[in-house]
Design a protein around this ligand. Structure first.
Ligand code: FE2
Ligand code: FE2
Length: 184
């Protein structure tokens, strides 16, 4: 496994963990257990900044153009459905954010939140499995050592520009707190 795919895999593992937390939060909401505002804010920040902007950004803006240059057809599988999954995921995130707003202000929006959270969890779990298998295999097959090293540098620069070191730390701290609270 190259540094490029292991970097993405680490992020997939963080996303999978947050999906488990999201599932627990949705189940609690379904049972009318109160969800603290800061937990909902943590979810919002993680899925918009870390998962969508940073992680999917690295894939769409850096990895896919590099593979395309090497002759990989982005209109074929697995890439055709990977793009569609990213688009579909943005819709669920935006619906969850709306529902979180309603929940925080008027304690409404629970069913919208739960429905969209469950669709999002299902989508991303399958999406990550597809990427861990097919996308990683293609990446390591088509790119040579020099290209992989240069792509990893671009990933690092992108991450610093999009979220920066301080925020990355904060997000990881938040994940640990939510993990302790909901899963342990
Ligand atoms: Fe993806
Ligand atoms: Fe991914």
């Amino acid at each position: 496994m190259s540094e490029v795919t292991s970097d993405l895999e680490k992020e997939h593992n963080a996303i999978l963990l947050m999906l488990d937390i999201l599932e627990k939060i949705s189940d609690n909401m379904d049972q009318e257990i109160d969800i603290p505002d800061n937990h909902l804010d943590g979810l919002s920040r993680f899925f918009t900044i870390f998962a969508d902007k940073c992680h999917h950004g690295k894939e769409e803006q850096l990895l896919f153009p590099t593979l395309k240059d090497k002759g990989v057809d982005m209109n074929k599988e697995p890439f055709a459905s990977i793009f569609e999954d990213h688009k579909e995921g943005k819709i669920y995130i935006s619906n969850m954010l709306d529902a979180i707003d309603s929940y925080k202000t008027t304690k409404s929006g629970q069913s919208k939140f739960i429905q969209n959270a469950r669709k999002y969890i299902n989508l991303l779990q399958q999406h990550i499995e597809k990427e861990n298998q097919d996308m990683f295999r293609i990446t390591n097959e088509y790119l040579d050592e020099t290209e992989l090293v240069s792509l990893k540098h671009k990933f690092d620069d992108f991450e610093n520009n999009v979220i920066g070191g301080g925020i990355h730390e904060q997000l990881h701290e938040m994940i640990n707190e939510l993990e302790d609270y909901y899963l342990n």
